[in-house]
Ligand binder design. Sequence first.
Ligand code: NAD
Length: 481
Amino acid sequence: MTVVQTARTELFIGGKWLPATDDRRMNVIDPATGEVLASVADATVADGSAAVDAAAGALAGWSARAPRERGEILRTAFDLMTERADELARLIVQENGKALADARSEVAYAAEFFRWFSEEAVRIDGQLRMAPAGTNRIVVLHQPIGVSVLVTPWNFPAAMATRKIGPALAAGCTVILKPASETPLTALAIADILVRAGVPDGVVNVVPSRRSGPMVSAMLHDPRVRKLSFTGSTEVGRRLLHEAADCVVSTAMELGGNAPFLVFDDADLDAAVAGAMVAKMRNGGEACTAANRFYVQRGIAEEFTTRFAQQMAALRVGPGLDDGVRLGPLVNEEGRTKVRELVNDAITAGARLVTGGTVPSGAGFFYPPTVLADVPPSAAILQEEIFGPVAPIVVFDTDEEAIAKANQTEYGLVAYVYTADLTRGLRISERLESGMVGLNRAVVSDPAAPFGGVKHSGLGREGGHDGLLEYLESKYIAVQW
Ligand code: NAD
């Protein structure tokens, strides 16, 4: 039996696997073939409310559990996820399309959030200070914020879920997870793991839905919901910020990116090309952290472009589960159309196609690794999130010019800098308008570090100790003794 045949496909509410109240189901598509992979219950507004009932009912019990017990349940979830890593990775490939190696790294990364937050659960601290007037003590407690709604995207179906569930549970909150409708199977598999790890009924609820607008809106207008943690596009994030404002719900927003990748002429070229391959092609370019614009200093631009394009062209493209495949299909036809249009627009505007650029015939949403050089500033590809295996390259002359170009975007999630001069690298990093910088390093994601963006890339941080604070509220008690 394949992993899909044994996958959970019902809603998970109050510890029970249930169909939608109106029995509607939605198809999950395999992006490598375009065929239906599974059919999953499609939650209604009433199902969303039932999930809030369950999470609200479980809140007092869960938040009163000893932090050590909450931590140990999360630690067991880490162990179980690690044991089932291969099965989970294959499930991710089937519903998302990414190459198996990418899916394996995602599962390892995702499981780490359970381990990291199992350790953070026992490190929820407070403060004790004397008031400046000397009249009383200031005691500050950190208490769980309450019922949390978690909305996640399809590009990292496991990691975006655990990056939210881990800290929420560690803090003593209960949650309702609304996974992307493209990739609900992984989220349901994670719910199954959490149940086996000992998470009590109602603490974690999962409601896949194609009707997410009305369902999430109703949840955000329920006064029992106190937190919204969203990862997805800036466009949807903005809409949800408006919704959250009505009931003054606390929000954490991990939104889109448009990462610049800066290569200075003193950089180790081997490292820069290897870094470019990772920063661009991890997850097939479907990552908010994906390098979206390459700015290369004139002295090395030609050599960098040639070597990078050679490595891109050598990548094996095919169904993610096939041996040796490094690049699977894009998630759907819509994603592929967007990538194709951005490439065509850049070429019309004057960009030079170095490799790729031709959509293959046949089934599946494949797009080849593509490099564009001499991309003019007017091209939309430099402004919009590509979310595909395409690297536009622009040449620059001075550090000032590189910084100005890198900051010329509404986004500010991550930037990459390659230079052999660490002083120069740090000076530039300080001036880049982004929440994170990879300095001679193409991967910044780390469960132990605060992940997040500035400008239109988001609000708040996930991971590290900051990730836990998102699910805690400060209570100040003025004490006289
Ligand atoms: P999306 O915004 O279309 O969807 C994200 C989630 O929101 C999905 O679960 C979707 O079903 C749901 N949704 C859509 N409309 C909604 C509505 N009106 N009300 C409530 N929920 C709604 O994003 P996507 O296409 O799934 O993911 C890609 C985007 O996610 C990219 O922009 C990417 O940069 C971003 N992303 C950001 C991070 C980060 O940490 N900053 C990480 C991964 C992905």
